[in-house]
Ligand binder design. Structure first.
Ligand code: DAH
Length: 433
């Protein structure tokens, strides 16, 4: 199963296991804070791009279920609503970069963007970042495609080149990102990332850039986790940086992965700065972090579905002036009993004798039907019938509400819906047992 930051730290061929979620949304107050550090205007949402999302009939490559479309169109974003924990974490990071921004040669400081539409081109999401053609993140089993040209961004790195082209040299960019992934307490098909980029003068050496990157991000870690927080650097692989690093922080007795970063590959910087033919090139660093992950660690929020809750027992635990040093921990308001249901099926083979089912196909259906009542899905049994050579898989679905007890009747109904949805939507991939 995948962890925190992403699939981008994986070399191409490796396929992760699975995941997924949904549910209705309440657009809450419109107390939106979009304060910027500078006067630069963030790019506005493009209505034409949004139309793409809802175009009918959908393109044959479109693998976005309705519950995801609904959330992709949702405004304001969770991190724009005070005092949502994602809002608090974002603000805390921005506060840090306001100070850091003053220490650099440029007068501009870091600009913060947080309203770029989540619909981007394949070129922005992958090609512009030198992500290889056969990289796992391009697979339709991992990413939500709208058509051949557009998708729901799976990371905020998709805006690096675009923002450089707009002339920004130091920026933060926050947005909702989308991935077909596991269903468990730390994975949700939509989460939120923040990207940071800083471009240096042409005479800066790689060593200087790397030193600045480390000092800046260690400073950020201390700002978030307390002045005593112990940090360590781990070598990593990302297609868009070289060298690539991950920052880990020792918190609550364990080393936790906090963010990915590195020195941007020169081809990417060149493209962003429009310096295709120059010999010398400014260097730049970049980092990316997951806001849910940080908030879950810092406030000890036990389940990622809680971020989407409209229960006041969740909301009232956060405020603009609360302590952000790890001392304010989330109090679970109650724990309702889970209900487990299993579903088993044979995996069909196509005319080339190949299985086409991917567990994420099941997870999308579960999220679509059960929404945020789906807490966990895991494969509990698997075997091959030696006579037919067909594989059987059994998945256990844990249903649990964050704020009430579920009745047997409602879960039976969800499970029945799921079975009939599997029969219709996955008819050519599996056969129910
Ligand atoms: N885009 C990466 C992800 O989603 C995170 C990341 C890693 C961003 C390294 C960066 C970077 O800008 O330099 O996992």
């Amino acid at each position: 199963m995948s962890t925190s930051t992403s699939s981008f730290n994986q070399q191409q061929y490796q396929f992760r296991d699975y995941t997924f979620i949904a549910g209705g949304f309440d657009s809450r107050s419109n107390n939106v804070d979009t304060r910027l550090f500078s006067t630069a205007t963030p790019p506005t949402d493009n209505a034409a791009l949004k139309e793409l999302l809802t175009a009918t009939p959908a393109h044959p490559n479109n693998n976005i279920p309705p519950h995801i479309t609904e959330r992709a169109l949702m405004e304001p974003k969770l991190y724009q609503i005070s005092p949502h924990p994602l809002y608090l974490i974002k603000k805390r990071i921005e506060d840090y970069f306001k100070v850091v921004g003053h220490n650099v040669n440029s007068d501009e400081g870091f600009v913060s963007m947080d309203s770029m539409a989540p619909i981007v081109t394949l070129e922005a999401n992958f090609d512009s970042l030198l992500i290889p053609q056969d990289h796992v993140s391009r697979s339709p089993s991992d990413t939500y495609y709208i058509n051949d040209e557009y998708l729901l961004r799976c990371h905020t790195s998709a805006h690096q080149v675009q923002l450089l082209k707009q002339g920004h040299r130091q920026f933060l960019c926050t947005g909702d990102v989308y991935r077909r992934d596991d269903i468990d307490r730390s994975h949700y098909p939509i989460f939120h990332q923040m990207e940071g980029v800083k471009v240096f003068d042409e005479d800066a050496t790689e060593e200087q850039v790397l030193d600045d990157l480390k000092a800046t991000l260690e400073g950020l870690a201390k700002h978030l986790f307390g002045a005593e927080a112990e940090c360590r650097w781990v070598e990593e692989y990302f297609p868009f940086t070289d060298p690539s690093l991950e920052l880990e922080v020792f918190f609550d007795g364990e080393w936790l992965e906090v963010l990915g970063c590195g020195v941007m590959r020169p081809e990417i910087v060149k493209n962003g700065l429009g310096k295709g033919d120059s010999d010398t090139l400014p260097r730049a660093w970049a980092f990316g972090l997951g806001l849910e992950r940080l908030a879950m660690i810092l406030f000890q929020i036990p389940d990622i579905r809680l971020f989407w809750s409209d229960d006041e027992r969740f909301w009232k635990q956060f405020s603009e002036d609360m302590a952000m040093d790890g001392s304010a921990t989330f109090q679970t308001y109650s724990k309702f009993p889970p209900v487990y249901k299993d579903v088993s099926f044979w995996l069909k083979k196509n005319e080339n004798d190949v299985v086409t089912f991917h567990p994420n196909d099941l997870l999308d259906l579960v999220r679509g039907i059960a929404g945020d009542l789906a807490e966990n899905v895991e494969m509990v049994d698997q075997f091959v019938n030696p006579k037919t050579t067909l594989e059987s898989q059994c998945y256990r679905i844990t249903y649990r509400s964050m704020d009430r007890s579920l009745t047997n009747e409602e879960i039976d109904e969800l499970q029945e819906n799921l079975r009939s949805k599997i029969e219709s939507a996955l008819a050519d991939k599996v056969e129910l047992r």
